[in-house]
Design a protein around this ligand. Structure first.
Ligand SMILES: [Zn+2]
Ligand SMILES: [Zn+2]
Length: 879
């Protein structure tokens, strides 16, 4: 006889099961034109990273979708990979060099890149194995890497095509510069930190200007005022000599609506080389653009005696000098503003001008392919294609509240600076001939000038923004630019699932690149998950020490509970809370499922004959199972993963275990037990793949050639297994049992004491008679009298369900006088307790300072105490 171990041991099964799935090829779909494809491109973790909760959430959600679709008959491809993560990886290796007292320049470009490659190769396996630990059923045979030869070729191909279409250009423009990383950053790689600093009011000829950064003002020569500002009308269009830092200068007054009359004095000077707004003004009017701060963050020669100083030192010294000159009007000490900082390293950003590569986001590009594919849609094509595909519903964002954010970002897009001054990344495929000046954009490395045959070539030093290559992820990973079978079959992909925090960094860029390059959308649905926070709702961080390592949790509880706790009780787009008790709660669920299987298996094995008669309880559980299949399937199709998981949890625990298995102790039907357990395992498999597969294997007893759950068919509803009348009757019987149980509990009847009950069942009488043994056992009755109708029983507690009457003669068991005293005492205790709770909750100090969940707990206690008191008082009045 087969008997399952008493408790489920995740360690014993997980790695072994995963290995088997992988070796037997279940993760690797074969293209099958008779099937519909279902594709997810896995957001590639950094090649040098380790698994964190964001990855764990992503993996849990995507694996649920993939496993479900695979079982539902789709050709399901989940394509994994890693990202070379340009700046992040370079920073790591530079950090290692720093410990040896070296910089990348000591090694030189080639040696440094070799070192990074070595480092990446060593750490790539770490993240791969961690992805496996989560149970991810992704196709490792198609694994991709943003920096592989094939994907690099795709990058060069897109670059060349965009360059030829005039969408990529080199320009001298203002960019976000991180003096620490020594590189440009895209607009959305800049984060903001609220900071308090000084704000200076400076005399500039006849006006006062305000600034937080006087050190950028050396070369300010233009004052901008609003055309409607009466205060300054007399100066507009004039040029006047004024006293400035290094003596007299000529200043020009210009009227432009960009000036804000309400802000400060309404007059401002402009610093085109170090402000985005000012740069645009300078371009509009053709003003001179003079750099003040260098790429190393130090003052340039234009700062005179301050040249070579860092920004902070210069500011201090300069303000002193200006005070001496009488140029400082006043200083505001508590100026609060948003400081721009580098999202990689936290250094404050210097906007400055330099020669960089840009993608022109306003230039129209040839749309032939798009028009061919989508002729009708083009009629109402408004604005950019990237906007159009979302607006027209070709791409659906879940939750749709993010549509607005997406459109807002797209509408305000500025040219995307794609060049970075770091070494680790795709080198810009542009070559300059030093002899004839010819510029070439090439897919493969070249050594000879195509125009003058000179070998005196230089490749552009810069590398591409890391998001440029990951923006091609959905199609470069399928073989593009080659017209591969994979690309034809699996693209566009179905779901892009990722954190809402990279909607712009990544999701939007994939939409731009796929619509441009392929003329088709990259994916049909964008599913955005939230951030994982701690029990109090705080962000997890090293400094708070409240972080949870998913790998520790897997080691402690198993992968299934970690997956369940990341999905159930969460909703797309919203942050979630995670804490150890939550995970251990789902470990209990996993054990419950295991024990239910263990118990069922014993009963299935012990019963040799199969009865074809279905009892009321059998019909009821079959019907409930059909409802479960329908609800879970619908929820999964609607991306309501938490609701689907909740239903499975609730059914397993509160319907199958608490009722059907209990009823089975009185009378059981092995075929039905097996059927229900089978459905539960299949529906629960995407959520908790390991324990369900382990049970499924055991459930095949000693059969040879055991099947695997991962490739089983998703259950369909069987209409002939729905029994409406029987289900209604069984639910009433369950209500009767529940009522007797609650009366017993309220009257404090010893739980092991068997009592007597009368039930007058009216129309339900024959059903009740059939289930009398079940009722006796589950309500713990010594004697059960069932009749169609009868006399009211004296000295008993009564309960009515519809027209059904229940009487429990408790006179022998409950001393009604003593019971009356006890009830009085209980009422007093509850009243005092309620008063204390109310006092606490009326105390503003407590309510405003205690964590929200503590306050909520107290409110719940108050609510249940009040309900209890009402019940006690009702009983007192009855006695
Ligand atoms: Zn930085
Ligand atoms: Zn040449």
């Amino acid at each position: 006889m087969t008997e399952l171990a008493k408790a489920y041991d995740a360690k014993k099964y997980e790695d072994e099961i995963y290995k088997k799935w992988e070796e037997l090829g279940f993760f690797k779909p074969e293209i099958d034109p008779s099937k519909k494809p279902f594709t997810i491109s896995m957001p590639p973790p950094n090649a040098t990273g380790t698994l964190h909760l964001g990855h764990a959430t992503m993996l849990a959600i995507e694996d649920i979708l993939i496993r479900y679709k695979r079982m539902a008959g789709f050709c399901a491809l989940w394509l994994p990979g890693t990202d070379h993560a340009a700046i992040a990886t370079q920073n790591k290796v530079e950090g290692i060099l720093q410990k040896e007292g070296k910089t990348r320049h000591d090694l030189g470009r080639d040696k440094f890149l070799e070192k990074v490659k070595e480092y990446v190769a060593n750490s790539q396996d770490t993240i791969r194995n961690q992805v496996r630990k989560m149970g991810s059923s992704c196709d490792w045979s198609r694994e991709a890497y943003t920096f592989s030869d094939q994907l690099s070729f795709a990058v060069n191909t897109v670059f060349k095509r965009m360059y030829q279409d005039g969408l990529i250009y080199r320009g001298h423009r203002i960019v976000n510069w991180c003096p620490r990383c020594q590189s440009t950053l895209a607009d959305d790689e800049v984060t903001y930190k609220e900071t308090k600093s000084r704000f200076y009011y400076i005399k500039y000829g006849p006006v006062i200007i305000g600034t937080a950064r006087p050190e950028t003002k050396f070369a300010d020569k233009v004052v901008i005022v609003h055309p409607d500002d009466k205060r300054y009308k007399k100066y507009v269009g004039k040029e006047m000599e004024i006293d400035w830092i290094d003596g007299k200068i000529k200043a020009k007054f210009v009227a432009d609506e960009v000036a804000d009359m309400e802000m400060g004095t309404g007059a401002m000077t402009i610093t085109p080389a170090h402000s985005f707004v000012d740069f645009e003004l300078a371009q509009k009017y053709g003003f001179e653009i003079i750099p003040i701060i260098g790429m190393d963050g130090k003052m340039l020669d234009v700062a005179g005696e301050f040249a070579g100083m860092d920004v902070k030192t210069c500011r201090e010294k300069l303000v002193k000098k200006m005070q001496g000159q009488g140029l400082i009007d006043k200083i505001d000490e508590d100026y609060v503003h948003n400081l721009s900082i580098c999202y990689r390293c936290g250094t404050s950003i210097e906007p400055l001008t330099s020669d960089q590569w840009f993608i022109d986001v306003n230039k129209k590009f040839p749309r032939e392919k798009w028009e061919k594919k989508d002729n009708n849609l083009l009629k109402d094509l408004e604005g950019t294609i990237a906007n159009h595909v979302v607006r027209s519903g070709q791409i659906k964002i879940v939750p749709n509240s993010f549509d607005k954010t997406y459109f807002h970002w797209m509408d305000n897009l500025r040219d995307w600076c794609i060049s970075r001054q770091i070494w680790w990344g795709h080198r810009i495929p542009v070559y300059y001939c030093k002899d004839c000046g010819h510029i070439m954009v090439e897919l493969d490395k070249i050594t000879v000038c195509e125009k003058c045959s000179s070998v005196n070539l230089r490749q552009d030093e810069d590398t591409l923004d890391t998001w440029f290559s990951s923006a091609l992820w959905t199609f470069s990973t399928l073989g593009w630019p080659n017209e591969t079978e994979d690309l034809k079959y699996f693209h566009p992909t179905q779901v892009m699932e990722t954190g809402y925090d990279i909607l712009f960094f990544w999701v939007a860029r994939m939409i731009i690149m796929s619509t441009y390059t392929l003329g088709e959308i990259p994916f049909e649905t964008v599913y955005l998950h939230g951030l994982v926070r701690d029990k109090e709702g705080r962000k997890m961080s090293k400094s708070l020490g409240n972080g949870i390592d998913p790998l520790d949790m897997i080691a402690k509880f198993g992968a299934d509970p970690v997956r369940l706790s990341l999905v159930i009780g969460t909703s797309p787009g919203n942050d979630m809370r995670l804490y150890e008790e939550k995970i251990s709660g789902y470990r209990n669920f996993v054990n419950k499922l295991w024990n239910a299987a263990r118990f069922s298996m014993m009963m299935i094995e012990n019963t040799k004959e199969n009865s074809s008669d279905l009892s009321l309880a059998d019909k009821w559980i079959m019907t409930k199972t059909q409802t479960l299949i329908e609800e879970v399937t619908d929820f999964l199709n609607d991306f309501r993963l938490s609701d689907a998981g909740d239903k499975i949890y609730d059914f397993t625990w509160n319907v199958f275990c608490d009722w059907y298995l209990e009823i089975s102790k009185v009378h059981h039907n092995p075929a039905i037990l097996k059927y229900v357990l089978d459905v539960v395992l299949k529906l629960a498999h995407p959520f908790s793949p390991f324990v369900t597969e382990a049970i499924f294997q055991e459930l095949q007893f000693n059969e040879e050639n055991k099947k695997m759950l991962i490739s089983e068919k998703w259950p369909n509803i069987q209409k002939d297994l729905v029994f409406e009348i029987a289900t209604k009757q069984m639910e009433t019987i369950i209500d009767i049992i529940k009522s007797i149980r609650s009366i017993r509990a309220e009257s404090k009847v010893d739980p092991v004491k068997k009592i007597q009950a009368y039930i007058y069942g009216k129309d339900l009488t024959s059903a009740l008679l059939a289930k009398s043994e079940v009722i006796k056992r589950l309500a713990n009755l010594g004697e059960l009298i069932i009749a169609q109708s009868g006399q009211k029983i004296e000295d008993s507690v009564s309960k009515f369900i519809g027209d059904i009457e229940i009487y429990l003669p408790l006179s022998g068991l409950v001393d009604f006088k003593k019971e009356f005293e006890r009830l009085k005492k209980e009422a007093k205790r509850l009243t005092d307790y309620i008063t204390a709770l109310q006092l606490k909750l009326n105390n503003n100090n407590f309510v405003s300072k205690a964590p929200e969940h503590v306050v909520e707990e107290q409110r719940q206690l108050l609510k249940s105490a009040k309900t209890e008191l009402a019940k006690v008082e009702e009983q007192i009045n009855k006695s």
